[in-house]
Design a protein around this ligand. Structure first.
Ligand code: NAD
Length: 490
């Protein structure tokens, strides 16, 4: 059904943390803005089926783990009773509150929100099929594509549904992706997670805490490929206790529906059981940019071989009226990177002199312990043949970590050996995700180790581990003894 044509200065396609932040800033700068998304309210994958619901569940997982650990402190709780429906409802209430809040902010800023799917007709026109079945033509001066990404699939491992009665052609409900895993329809007895990355480990941890026997299969030699090994090691040690199995250097070669689950065939050098049945299987092998089906072929926007939209430092595409931000515009696929890019794109549209040139995009894996890093990593320095010095502070020497009974952690600064400039920060430990923000500031402000060391940190907190790592650079950390390598000239 044709609807009323709509004209706007800025059309933002996709209302995730990239798109809605861009739309809000543009409205604040006085632009007339239209935000388009298939969901009823802004939020995108992050709020509806990503960051937020997973963190709500990870919070519960941490509580369950701590309650179990409390026995060591002389406090014993009865085994938990988990009301899955109530847990799901609580998680959904968090999502609802946040997306509702965004809808309200949209209205207050006079951002026109259209619930629907947009496709480009040309460099200044979108065809939008709305949720109510209308077809609207939206004419814009500028557009920002913020359509995000979607889970990568393994088509050769598709499993048809044939539990109980005969074979069917629909995909097996036992096969999960991040969205269906977060839906938390039930707590399976066993779960295989394919992919030892962010999603696999976060969701694997949630289900393990809820009582599922979780196995993880990872095709590379270690969990979280690319992340510094000393950080991953801290996490692996704990996961070895909470997970049923971690199979490295292993791939899944076949999956078949079985009566009581999915029968999985593995291939790998160190396998004990090459075939096993799991009640459910979660595929978490990465995400791919959502750049298809947007009509970009009707514009001059260019897409690279991996499906990312090519953008310049202002996030402008090869089509001057169209910008792209977030997961669809390249890695890392992180919400906060999308938000920052949204700011850059909007300011560029508003005529400000800006560029996307961060020195530190923080990454956090919200497992327990958490892993967080920003700026230069040891792995990257090695690959680039860059000379660095690493100052480490083990959490075993932190009073605060001891009071939390969580000495399984490490804080490290990656430093320029000549100047002591902080080039990167890495953390593994409980709450590392909150601590990394100081690292980001240090890297962005070109702080020296001495700047961090001379900033008084509150005691007793885990933040002191950053200060003490900085002190360790000059051999003067209070709580670890290292032979002095550098003496102050005083
Ligand atoms: P990922 O890239 O983090 O991990 C995928 C893992 O799967 C890798 O370790 C890879 O080696 C492995 N793998 C790939 N194919 C495989 C196969 N056939 N068999 C076994 N292992 C295989 O991807 P993800 O966990 O799906 O997450 C996708 C993206 O979403 C991440 O890159 C991240 O940007 C984002 N994300 C971020 C957060 C966060 O910020 N905390 C949380 C979730 C997702």
């Amino acid at each position: 059904m044709p609807g009323t044509p709509h004209t706007t200065q800025l059309a933002v396609i996709g209302a995730g943390p990239g798109g809605y932040a861009a739309a809000f800033l543009a409205a604040d700068l006085g632009l007339q803005v239209t935000l388009i998304d298939p969901e009823p309210q802004p939020g995108g994958v992050c709020l509806y089926r990503g960051c937020i619901p997973s963190k709500a569940l990870l919070h519960v997982a941490k509580l369950l783990d701590e309650a179990r650990q409390a026995t060591r402190w002389g406090v014993t709780f009865a085994a938990p009773t988990i009301d899955v429906e109530k847990l799901r409802a609580w998680k959904e209430s968090v999502v609802h509150k946040l997306t509702g809040g965004l809808a309200d902010l949209c209205q207050r800023r006079h951002v026109a929100y259209i619930q629907g799917r947009a496709t480009f007709r040309n460099a200044t026109t979108l065809a939008v099929h709305t949720a109510s079945g209308e077809d609207i033509e939206v004419t814009f001066t500028q557009a920002i594509v913020a359509t995000g990404s979607q889970p990568a699939t393994l088509p050769r491992l598709a499993v048809d549904w044939r539990d109980g009665v005969g074979a069917g052609r629909s995909p097996s409900p036992r096969l999960l992706d991040s969205t269906s895993a977060l839906a938390l329809t039930d707590i399976p007895r066993t779960l295989l997670v394919i992919g030892g990355g962010y999603i696999g480990l976060e969701m694997g941890s949630v289900y393990a805490a809820l009582g599922t026997q979780v196995s993880v299969v990872e095709m590379t030699a270690g969990l979280l490929p690319g992340v510094d090994r000393d950080l991953v090691h801290v996490l692996s040690r704990r996961l070895e206790q909470s997970l049923a199995a971690i199979m490295l250097n292993t791939t899944v070669v076949a999956m078949q529906a079985a009566v009581d689950g999915i029968s999985v065939t593995f291939e790998g050098a160190e396998l004990q059981q090459p075939q096993q049945v799991f009640e459910k299987v979660l595929i978490a092998v990465g995400r791919r940019p959502h750049s298809q089906g947007l009509g970009l072929e009707n514009t001059r926007v260019e897409i690279d071989q991996r499906g990312f939209i090519t953008v310049d430092a202002q996030r402008r595409t090869a089509e001057p009226s169209i910008y792209a931000i977030g997961d669809v515009a390249g890695e890392p696929m992180l919400a906060h990177k999308a938000t920052h890019e949204g700011r850059i794109a909007v300011e560029a549209i508003a005529g400000h002199k800006v560029a996307f040139e961060p020195h530190a995009i923080p990454a956090v894996v919200f497992t327990d312990p958490e892993i967080a890093w920003c700026g230069l990593t040891e792995t990257q320095a090695k690959q680039e043949g860059r000379r660095i010095e690493v100052a480490r502070f083990p959490w075993a020497a932190s009073g605060r970590a001891m009071t939390l009974d969580r000495t399984d952690g490490v804080t490290k600064l990656i430093l320029d050996p000549e100047t002591g400039r902080v080039l990167g920060v890495g953390l593994a430990g409980s709450g590392a995700g909150e601590l990394i923000a100081e690292g980001v500031l240090a890297v962005e402000m070109a702080a020296l180790a001495s700047d961090v060391a001379l900033s008084i940190h509150p005691h007793p907190t885990l933040s002191e581990t950053l200060m003490e790592a900085a002190e360790a650079f000059s051999g003067q950390s209070t709580h670890i003894y290292r032979p002095q390598r550098r003496r102050s000239s005083a």
